[in-house]
Design a protein around this ligand. Sequence first.
Ligand SMILES: *[C@@H]1O[C@H](CO)[C@@H](O)[C@H](O)[C@H]1NC(C)=O
Ligand SMILES: *[C@@H]1O[C@H](CO)[C@@H](O)[C@H](O)[C@H]1NC(C)=O
Ligand SMILES: *[C@@H]1O[C@H](CO)[C@@H](O)[C@H](O)[C@H]1NC(C)=O
Ligand SMILES: *[C@@H]1O[C@H](CO)[C@@H](O)[C@H](O)[C@H]1NC(C)=O
Length: 226
Amino acid sequence: MNPTISRVGPFKIMGRLEVISLLVFLHFIHLAADSCSNTKCSSDAVPVRFPFYLEGNQSQSCGHPGFDLRCNNQGFTVLEPPYSGNFLVRSINYRTQQIQLYDSEDCLARRLLNFNLSDSPFLAASYFNYTFLSCQSQLLNSRFTYIACLSNTTTSVIATSSMTMSLVNSLCQIVTIFPVPASWKVNRYEGFTSQLKKDLKLVWDSPDCIKCESLEMVVNKLAVSL
Ligand SMILES: *[C@@H]1O[C@H](CO)[C@@H](O)[C@H](O)[C@H]1NC(C)=O
Ligand SMILES: *[C@@H]1O[C@H](CO)[C@@H](O)[C@H](O)[C@H]1NC(C)=O
Ligand SMILES: *[C@@H]1O[C@H](CO)[C@@H](O)[C@H](O)[C@H]1NC(C)=O
Ligand SMILES: *[C@@H]1O[C@H](CO)[C@@H](O)[C@H](O)[C@H]1NC(C)=O
């Protein structure tokens, strides 16, 4: 027996004829799905497939609402949640349903200050309240990690998830406290974070594609064995 087929449990109990017609059926599904199959913005960009679709390249019916991506003119993949502006897509994990985003200007902290995932299918794994402080640069000691892209020669911006700020109150003013979508492990007692420089990771729950990803694998294997 073909080893590819024997690993696929349910087929064991079927007759040869049923197996063949199922294979033919799956083969046609696969062909029909071809106009929606993997596409990319450039040779080394992330592969785009269901539930995502590439606007201007694939039909909207290839994906789910809110999962539209597009290409910028440098061949990078762009996601634009309704109220948060453009992010570049670093990677998509279709199995764990995670998308990793970054800011084209390398200032994620600034982007997070105006971040709102309403009407988007994406969720943050968790949120942590970060306090942003604005400090006089010359008073800051070098052990403080400041957010370079929000700072200048006179004012340094720092952010912390820690509640104990007595030390800085004399040197710094609180700018804002807001919930940051955090994909990193936040240490409650951490000092001034450099985590806000990392990529932003979001997840999606719906559509739950664990099943279609395994169907895709089965179809691909069977197509090879046809
Ligand atoms: C979509 O992109 C692929 C290459 O990634 C290209 O072959 C195809 O022609 C494009 N289709 C449309 C409708 O632009
Ligand atoms: C996010 O944007 C929506 C739509 O504009 C608005 O209703 C909502 O209050 C915003 N949420 C936050 C936290 O700003
Ligand atoms: C952040 O702070 C606000 C206001 O104090 C509070 O309502 C909210 O629950 C906090 N969020 C988190 C994730 O701790
Ligand atoms: C530095 O940034 C602060 C706050 O954003 C601003 O008020 C100040 O004018 C800036 N200073 C310089 C020299 O750009």
